[in-house]
Design a protein around this ligand. Sequence first.
Ligand code: MF3
Ligand code: CO
Ligand code: CO
Length: 270
Amino acid sequence: MNSPNSGPIRIHKPADFDGMRAAGRVVATILDELTECVQPNVTTAEIDDRVMELIAEHHVRSATIGYRGYKHATCISVNHVVCHGIPGPKRLRNGDILNIDVTVIVDGWYGDSSRMYVAGTPKRKADRLIKVTHDSLMQAISKIRPGATFGDIGAAIQTHAESRTMSVVSEFCGHGIGREFHLPPNVLHVGESGTGPVLREGMFFTVEPMINLGRPETKILHDNWTAVTRDRSLSAQFEHSIGVTPDGYEIFTLSPRGRFYPANWQPEVT
Ligand code: MF3
Ligand code: CO
Ligand code: CO
């Protein structure tokens, strides 16, 4: 998400957690079901077709089809694509890393999540980028509780990634979510702890850090969607939809099969 989102942060009721739980479970199940189809020689359009089928099987709706003129059920961002990659006829090659981002609407509630997948065997550098990106997300999530601040989230991501000589993309951010796709606040993936809005029970939002192996700068291609690293270095992203509970957080988009990370490969043991 990249457009500014200011205004009050919606506070949801305990019963609203059920709606987000249901939406989150569907999107996580769909992402689980993509594990087998991400392979060398598959096109990203074929993966999108599979997501269309799964969305129909689950009797839910895609939130991205028709969103600001977007026509697909996924964003698929391969290698140096940071986010908002458009599915198409390009075939995956051995070692390609890709983020698949899916958002569904279930009984009016939005579930938004993305994971990294690998076609075949990743190179060691790519493997490390994916691990650092996932760890930065989970570090940030561990800070979530009433009274913490959004700056705590950004700082956790930034500290984790930069201390491993990787960089955080600051042109795109997470967002409030609920009965709408993108709500206030902008959830920045950089920042200083103790700054920014205070987290309150009943807030729903995404955290979706994009981490680059090289420099943080991005540019948008002429299709007006695809964001790439300016230096063409590899980029990775993971996204969860989360609710603030009385004493911490609930991740709505956890994988029922424990596949969120690694999504479809075994990390190298080094
Ligand atoms: N799912 C993306 C997000 O995390 C938004 C994609 S909008 C689209 O906010 F139109 F590009 F699909
Ligand atoms: Co999102
Ligand atoms: Co998303």
